[in-house]
Design a binder for this molecule. Sequence first.
Ligand code: NIG
Ligand code: FE
Length: 417
Amino acid sequence: MAAPPPEPARPLTRRLLVRDLAQVVSPAGRGAPLRGSQLGAVDVVERAYLLCEEGRVAAVGRMRELPDLGGAVEELDGRGLCAIPGLVDCHTHACFAGDRVEEFALRAGGASYEELHAAGGGILSTVRATRAAGENGLLEAVSRHRAWMLRAGTTTWEAKSGYGLDRETELASLRAIRDAGGAATWLGAHAVPPEFASPDAYLDFALEEVLPEAAQLAEAADVFLERGAFDALQARRFLTACREHGLALRLHGDQFTQAGAIGLAIELAARSVDHLEATGDDGVRALALSDVSAVLLPASALFLGRPMPPARALVDAGAAVALATDFNPGSAYCESLPLVCSLAATQLRLTPAEALSACTVNAAHVLGRAGRKGRLAPGFDADVVLLDAPDWRHLSYHLGGDLVRGVLLGGQQAELR
Ligand code: NIG
Ligand code: FE
């Protein structure tokens, strides 16, 4: 057999020029998180180019000012496309096996999410499927979900464990998330599995037997603080122990009831409190005065037919607001941040610019990645979404539209499946 041809010499600098773009758009400035009127400030360059070098954004400018680049540059035709930063999904439960289509059909017929949970369905039915999947099955599932997210323009993502709730499956979940390229969060306190008689008995086990290794795999810990799950005392115990092991803290809070999540998040200097569909004026004021981000999940509120979170009030009061999908099989079977941006405009009264910043810069801040992710500015990672639209605001405007024409990851075209 003939020897393969020699590899072409690799250029010294790996460069990609996306030329003739209709627009290149990025949240303004370099700080994070963006609050108040800053959230809606975006830079828009019309008839533009975007130059990537060695995986980073090297320059953005107008085509007519494109300098002579010299040397080898790969080119991509951007005609008819708008470039926005790769989207950042800071709250998903992408590590699960099976689905809950049966439950979905029951809910469509009138059953409530909380009733199904209390009857041993809901989260616990996904726990049964996830425990049965095995480590390879879990990696396959996360990789499949990751491909869906990428197809929708998500280039940086977080995913939580929380459907194992035993030592082996929780640790396998965190490994699968990490191996698939996600930021792993240990949702060690999601529900009480059937083999434990009480939340405290389960927490004794989780903190003793799982936390030490989970802390080596995860970046953050999360708890479902809610009636029927864990109360504020149990959440404090769980989060305090996790913080001692070096994990950043997140909370699922105020989804159905106000049960003390915001106060606890502020007391423990958590990164975020997520959901907030039941949050009132006091919670809005407290968050606005704090460094805790408010992560809003309108796809989940829509999917469960719940009230929307007070997004406008939070932004106007100066809270650090991020948007995410909450992608999971029960309360938000939706991996699309573009759809979330549409819901932000139509249900949360956020402008397209506010929505874009909330699921790029501010979401990157929640994940501790705002120095590299969430902007198309020199020095940031060249993670880019190319939208098939004449104006970038179609991201919010085109409800459920098929807008993502291409994705760059670190300056290289990603394969979309
Ligand atoms: O964020 N509320 C708790 N956890 C998830 C739902 C998980 C599920 O239903 O499987 C959420 O909505
Ligand atoms: Fe969630």
